[in-house]
Design a protein around this ligand. Structure first.
Ligand code: PEP
Length: 247
């Protein structure tokens, strides 16, 4: 079965109501390729506002959620709260959560497992740092990151995996299509060997790291790149070009 192309926009800690209206307007104007699943990752305080004005061909994601349903965890939100507000997706394991807020592979895997069990779909992010790539450790690092998750979940049906090399996020240094394809293919081989050939075939593996309207088309040509997670470039109308990169 063909994997549906998936493009997520990660707004990070950006946007106010005016700017969100603007983003929603260019997304509404599109036109967007109907064969692409589009999801916007919104700061938690704007989730319900954004959801109330988004057209129904675009879905919405939180950028984080904790690993339990409720309790004494000041500042956190839970998958149950997302569900209660009609938010179907969450981004987990983003490199900024890992490297700015110190989230470990184990915590991220616990969050992924809890979100899935609660009925929230997950964009799970992995990726190596520059020094890890330069030391030839890319595979070692990303395989450990996915193994932590694989050990804790029963099904990959509601997961999209985002390969986001840390050195490419927000730096303007995109991985070349060949570099990204090589890692995506290695990931698919890992899934075939360690999870199942069926999951390896069906799991969407998307690329993130300085994707722009200019480089998206070439990246989208690679056979194991099933879409993108886009930070900076999801805040302006070039995001429509990225969504349509497969056309
Ligand atoms: C991201 O935030 O996931 C990301 C890839 O950011 P950028 O596109 O700005 O590099």
């Amino acid at each position: 079965m063909a994997r549906k192309f998936f493009v997520g926009g990660n707004w990070k800690m950006n946007g106010n109501k005016n700017e969100i209206n603007n983003i929603v307007n260019f997304l509404k104007a599109g036109p967007l390729d109907a064969n692409v699943e589009v999801v916007v990752g919104v700061p938690s305080i704007y989730l319900t506002y954004t959801k109330s004005i988004l057209p129904n061909n675009i879905s919405i994601s939180a950028q984080n959620a904790y690993k339990v349903e409720k309790g004494a965890f000041t500042g956190e939100i839970s998958p149950a709260m997302l569900l209660d507000n009609g938010i179907p997706w969450v981004i987990l394991g983003h490199s900024e959560r890992r490297n700015v807020f110190g989230e470990t592979d184990t915590l991220i895997a616990e969050k992924v497992a809890h979100a899935l069990a609660a009925g929230i779909k997950v964009i799970a992010c992995i990726g190596e740092k520059l020094e890890e790539r330069e030391a030839g450790k890319t595979e070692e690092v990303i395989f450990l990151q996915i193994k932590a998750i694989a050990d804790k979940i029963k099904s990959w049906d509601n997961v999209v995996l985002a390969y986001e090399p840390v050195w490419a996020i927000g730096t303007g240094k995109t991985a070349t299509p060949q570099q990204a394809q090589e890692v995506h293919n290695k990931l698919r081989q890992w899934f075939s060997k360690n999870v199942s050939p069926a999951v390896s075939e069906s799991l969407r593996i998307i690329y993130g790291g300085s994707v722009t309207a200019d480089n998206a088309k070439d990246l989208a040509k690679e056979s194991d790149i099933d879409g993108f997670l886009v930070g900076g470039a999801s805040l302006n109308s070039g995001f429509v070009t990225i969504i349509n990169a497969k056309q």
